[in-house]
Write a new protein. Sequence first.
Length: 178
Amino acid sequence: MPKGTLELAIEFAMSAHAGDFRDGDAPLPYVTHPVEVMSLLRYVGGVTDEDLLVIACLHDVVEESSCTIQSIETAFGPRVAAGVASLTRYEPTAEERTDLTEEQVWELRSSILIAEIAQMSEEIQTIKLADRLANIRQYKVTRKPKKLVRYKRQTEEILRLIPKSVNPTLWQAVFDEL
């Protein structure tokens, strides 16, 4: 029996994230995060669109590996590639970070993230909600109190930006984690 697109996406993510681990004590392999995001999108958010589930599974491969948008487009098509591109964060250059404190760099990255989310389609914002839900759950276990407070504040900004109507159950689940 031939493999389905979701199974191929999981294998693609496993290959891209091979050898990477999440933060914290006794960290899990990184691939557990995109699989969790895909599962939350499906089982909390009620999303059944296969391309969106694939995008969720691949949402970090460009940021966290040497994978390119072109390789995603070749393997999964233009819609998936565009979705992954929308979720791939811009990282400030060394020049943009010059003379900034760690806190100022975090604020710069946060403002860039908020601007990126504002430009996302509602479908992609739904995936961002699933990603944020997975992250906030993990961060509550792995982050130091100061960093968790900062992350929660950023999450509140995201919830002000993304209308609850985009996906009420995911939005509420994120809100409930705060």
